[in-house]
Ligand binder design. Structure first.
Ligand code: HPA
Length: 235
């Protein structure tokens, strides 16, 4: 397939090698306007704004993924396979199940468990373990240290359900899984299959253990500056 793709109207070369990927299109606009110099809108199909600009002289793009594995599956696939993108860094929010993680802390998702079916397409004779790129994990941890952000590195759950009738979060917590979001496993599968790099960094927006700390949608849009600085430094 050539560009534009069914979901991205950008031209060849419009995206930088590194794309930061928040879930929310408003957040991608916020990142572009707050952090990128000379940011140009390169995609707006379905309101999924994509921008390319410069951060400390390095060309970098930002585009939203939408919510859930099917959505990030589409955008990351098209960016990796048709736009020559080499690394995608998801900058998201997550719920946390870990007693040492509070609202606004950061999870670096080294691995992504899932209750979804995304990897079934590869017809593997077993269960695939979706992993982040180790170099990106290491650099993200170093940036968190440098910025003095409280963070943990480990497993996250990419759930297909936000409203989970089985309320299964604490079962995953028993296996040491740190928190829950809805996209990383599909992103890591696409990166693995394409031979490219991916990482998900999440700010804890809500804690299953400390619900009184939960952040509002407005705070989520603007209060995650530390995470964005970590991600931008990786670019
Ligand atoms: N579940 C799934 N995704 C999320 C959550 C959650 O509790 N919080 C932020 N993203």
């Amino acid at each position: 397939m050539s560009v534009p793709t069914p979901h991205i109207s950008a031209k060849a070369g419009d995206f930088a090698c590194t794309v930061l990927m928040p879930g929310d299109p408003l957040r991608s606009e916020f990142i572009a306007k707050t952090y990128l110099k000379d940011a140009v809108l390169v995609n707006d199909v379905r309101g999924v704004h994509g921008y390319t600009g410069y951060y400390k002289g390095r060309r970098v793009s930002v585009m939203a993924s939408g919510m859930g594995q099917p959505a990030i599956g589409i955008y990351s696939y098209e960016l990796f396979h048709f736009y020559g993108v080499e690394q995608i860094i998801r900058v998201g929010s997550c719920g946390s199940f870990h007693p040492d993680l509070h609202a606004r802390d950061i999870i670096i998702a080294m691995g992504a468990c899932t209750n979804g079916n995304y990897a079934a397409q590869y017809n593997l004779p077993g269960t695939f373990c979706p992993l982040a790129d180790f170099g990106l994990v290491k650099q993200a941890a170093e940036q968190c240290e440098k910025l003095g952000v409280h963070y943990m590195v480990g497993n996250i759950l990419s759930s297909d359900m936000f409203y989970d009738d089985a309320n299964s979060g604490m079962q995953w917590a028993k296996m040491g899984v740190l928190g829950v979001e809805m996209e990383s496993a599909a992103l890591y599968c696409n990166a693995a299959r394409a031979g490219k790099k991916a990482l998900c960094i999440c700010t804890v927006s809500d804690s299953f253990l400390y619900p009184e700390e939960n952040t509002t949608a407005e705070e989520r849009q603007v209060s995650f500056t530390k995470m964005m600085e970590v991600a931008l430094e990786l670019a």
